[in-house]
Design a protein around this ligand. Structure first.
Ligand SMILES: Cc1ncc(COP(=O)(O)O)c(C=O)c1O
Length: 488
């Protein structure tokens, strides 16, 4: 039975999420949500495979438009679900793996070598052996890793395929620092020597160059491509043929519907920090903004993901490809001229609109200040951003109307024994207080939010991951457990 009893948080400073229709459909199906929570316990994470496919298509369209030889590798570190790896392989894209288990599981799920890349930050012998035996390209970060790869490849009597990770690009006169990769300037001569002579690393074949930049700058990515292509030419002149350039991830996602809401929230937060307005966050957390020493102004920056982005997803990629410097041809022409395959490793952006997290209300209480705290059957590790907060309004699905406390401001709290287990730091505002057993829905949590920091402290079980397949005409939605996918 359909019921439209869900409601978005809508305070003085709303941050209205961009939602995909499937999310709204789920929230309208109270009985279905009840059944899912009964079967799988709170919280559950839902993944919508058709939205994942749509995101893949939208990147492929850009590559097609510029006639670029390309390959997408889904950075699965952003989400643990096997269903997404299977979907990536079904939709003929690759998988970027960052650990032994990610690599082994992807192989067991049917990925062949061309559709895998190993980019792990720390590479064990066991991991390198698995990659080498399966002809998976290994992205090498440093000299020790290179030597270990050579040693293992020699023992196995196999040629290991590698890409070299570069960093230290100069953009607008400044060097971009990274703890990862070989410095493109400082290590240039050594790299040329190693891969032109082939005597030091006879069991290694350099196939490509790689970078992944921190932050979300289009210009930095395009400039890094230009500097890498110059290096490609130098390597070619030394007899070393580079076949791919992998530019990692970092393609921006837009989580929010309104630029105005995003800007107003930041203005409001600064006024709250200055105590010119009531707090917008738990204990008036400035999320990076703080009062300057002079006492009457704000210093610092908002230390969260930039949740509103006009240029995002495919358009972000297109702007990299069409970037031009001086009177040179655009990036896409420079790549095509050299017959280089462009590879990307999107995580977050392939998961845009793909996931949501649902949890049950366990209790309601007021603290000593009269603030409503609504306890949920989940913990802070199950909705945790690497930035200061997840600035996206959640929804409540009301099951009945017993509660007569209307128009309420509240915070959601979690199950860890920590004062800081406040699920979203932002004060939320709903038309009425939820009842015990009502559901809270956090949308667009698929990229990093639901899994990246999830822990089993207090022996809590990990959340259950479900996935939704394409619904056929007139058939009910197919919602399946990720655990039911066999990877043996
Ligand atoms: C090497 C590498 N590739 C790809 C990604 C995915 O980035 P994103 O999820 O921003 O697309 C990451 C993220 O940390 C990374 O380190």
């Amino acid at each position: 039975m359909k019921s439209l009893s869900y409601s978005k948080s809508n305070g003085q400073y709303p941050l209205t999420p961009v939602t995909n229709p499937w999310m709204i459909d789920i929230m309208a199906e109270t009985d279905l949500v009840k059944k899912l929570i009964k079967n799988y316990k709170s919280p559950v994470n839902l993944h919508h495979i058709p939205s994942f496919e749509h995101n893949i298509d939208s990147f492929q369209e850009v590559f097609k438009k510029y006639n670029i030889d390309s390959r997408i590798y889904f950075a699965r570190k952003a989400n643990k679900s096997k269903s997404l790896v299977k979907a990536a392989l079904d939709f003929e894209i690759g998988v970027d793996t960052a650990s032994f288990n990610e690599l082994e599981q992807s192989i067991k799920l049917g990925a062949n070598s061309e559709y895998l890349v190993l980019t792990a930050a720390i590479k064990t012998s066991e991991m390198l052996k698995l990659a080498i035996q399966n002809n998976v390209v290994i992205i090498i970060d440093n000299h020790d890793e290179l030597k270990l790869t050579q040693k293992i490849a020699k023992e196995l009597n196999i040629i290991a395929l590698i890409g070299i990770r570069l960093s230290g690009f100069i953009v607008a006169g400044k060097k971009l620092y990274s703890r990862f990769g070989f410095d493109i300037e400082g290590e240039r001569s050594r790299l040329k020597l190693w891969f032109s002579q082939k005597s030091e690393f006879p069991n290694i074949l350099l196939k490509g160059l790689h970078f992944h930049l921190d932050g979300y700058s289009i210009v930095q990515r395009a400039e890094a491509i230009l500097q890498t292509l110059q290096f490609v030419d130098e390597l070619k002149a030394c007899g070393c043929n580079i076949t791919f350039l992998d530019i990692g991830g970092g393609i921006l996602v837009n989580y929010l519907e309104s630029k105005k809401e995003w800007e107003d929230f930041q203005t409001g937060l600064q006024l709250a920090v200055l105590e010119e307005k009531p707090p917008l966050t738990f204990k008036n957390n400035g999320l990076g903004f703080k009062i300057a020493e002079t006492g009457n102004s704000i210093e610092g920056n908002l230390k969260t993901y930039p949740y509103f982005n006009e240029i995002n997803g495919p358009e972000f990629l297109e702007q990299i490809l069409t970037y031009t410097k001086d009177s040179n041809p655009p990036v896409h022409e420079l790549l095509n001229e050299r017959n280089i395959q462009l590879r990307i490793e999107p995580g977050r952006s392939l998961l845009n609109g793909v996931g949501l997290t649902i949890a049950t209300v366990a209790h309601r209480k007021q603290d000593a200040n009269g603030t409503w705290l609504v306890g949920l059957e989940m913990n802070m590790s199950q909705l945790k951003s690497s930035s200061a907060d997840f600035l996206v309004d959640p929804y409540i699905i009301y099951q009945n109307s017993e509660s007569d406390i209307g128009s309420v401001e509240l915070f959601f709290t979690g199950a860890y024994c920590l004062e800081q287990d406040i699920l979203l730091k932002r004060k939320l505002s709903f038309p009425k207080l939820p009842d015990i057993g009502d559901f809270v829905v956090f949308v667009n949590t698929g990229g990093y939010m639901m899994h990246f920091y999830e822990t089993e402290a207090h022996l809590f079980e990990l959340s259950t991951n479900l996935y939704i397949q394409e619904a056929k005409d007139n058939e009910p939605l197919q919602i399946l457990a990720d655990d039911s996918i066999s990877n043996i």
